[in-house]
Design a protein around this ligand. Structure first.
Ligand SMILES: [Zn+2]
Length: 319
């Protein structure tokens, strides 16, 4: 890790006013009943290597100030994500690093609900078609957390910003077939990325960029967690790699989008078009003067086969 001690000094806090940044404002405007911004940190050094004209995405982190996850760990993960996406010609622009005080009941995220009809998705063998037909929707407390965070008015965030919310606990859920019966599987998870292919138009637009993190470890095999979660948003795929069909859970040694140490974002059909899909992501922009020129927005709410991807889909997704 480089320079994190230098990077992380507060530039705004609820008890201390800085006089030299756009964060200088009445802290009461950054508060609502469920979330208060306690501190904002300087992050310019993390952006010092950005270049003009390259595809870029914005990242903002809201860390529950009582979190077990340290800023040191988060910075290490940001730097690793910069390196991983940089190899695929995509750069990461840090927009903000904030400690927030969050109402306790919002720090535990329940599993998603599903509105789909089992009879409808039972008939398909295509992974992404099946996920789409299950119709995942956010749990009530997840929606409440994201609503509260969205109301923090820092003047920076919008639905194209990748917004990491560091919480205490999270559960993920999906349907799994045992014999002839589909059952809802619910497991504790270290992160939830709420990818477009799974939530589609059931994810309210202001929440499109949200990712929840609850556990990050510094060992090599976890070091890529932040980049992996961002990959779910930007590449818009589940767990899959050059050699592995998409699954709810997949371990392998190769590829950013499976559990393991791999960090490759491969291109071509043999790479399941990960690099090509990444570069078409609506979260990416190229800076033109002070303006951001974003990639085309989703045309079918971000389904796996959304027409923005053209032929960069693998169908059927294989078993
Ligand atoms: Zn994942």
């Amino acid at each position: 890790m480089k320079n994190s001690a230098l990077i992380l000094f507060p530039i705004f806090s609820a008890v201390f006013f800085s006089s030299c940044s756009r964060y200088t404002r009445n802290p009461r405007s950054n508060q609502n009943s469920d979330v208060v911004v306690a501190k904002s940190y300087e992050h310019a050094l993390l952006n010092k290597d950005l270049v003009e004209g390259a595809l870029t995405f914005d990242l903002i982190i809201y860390r529950n100030s009582a979190s077990r996850i340290s800023w040191e760990t988060l910075i290490e993960q940001i730097e690793y994500a910069k390196e991983i996406f940089g190899r695929a010609s995509v750069q990461l622009n840090v927009l903000g690093l904030h400690d927030v005080i969050v109402k306790e009941t919002l720090l535990v995220i329940s599993e998603s609900e599903f509105e789909g009809d089992i009879n409808e998705f039972d008939g398909t063998h295509d992974f992404y078609d099946r996920i789409d037909k299950q119709k995942a929707v956010l749990s009530r407390n997840t929606a409440d957390l994201f609503t509260a965070i969205s109301r923090i008015n820092l003047g920076l965030h919008d639905h194209r910003t990748i917004s990491i919310v560091v919480i205490d606990e999270a559960k993920t859920s999906w349907f799994e077939k045992n014999g002839d019966t589909w059952t809802k599987k619910i497991v504790e998870t270290s992160a939830l990325s709420f990818p477009p292919y799974k939530y589609s138009n059931r994810l309210p637009l202001p929440f499109r960029g949200f990712i929840a993190l609850q556990e990050l470890k510094s060992e090599e095999k976890y070091k890529k967690t932040l980049a992996h979660e961002i990959g779910h948003k930007l590449i818009n795929v589940s767990h899959e790699s050059m050699e592995d069909c998409p699954q709810a859970v997949a371990h392998s040694t190769k590829g950013l989008m499976v559990y393991g140490t791999g960090t490759e974002i491969p291109g071509g059909v043999e790479g399941r078009w990960h690099q090509e899909r990444l570069q078409l992501s609506p979260f990416l922009y190229v800076k033109e003067g002070s303006r951001r020129r974003y990639n085309k927005d989703f045309e079918q709410s971000g389904k796996y086969s959304d027409s923005i991807y053209g032929s960069f889909v693998v169908r059927p997704s294989c078993q």
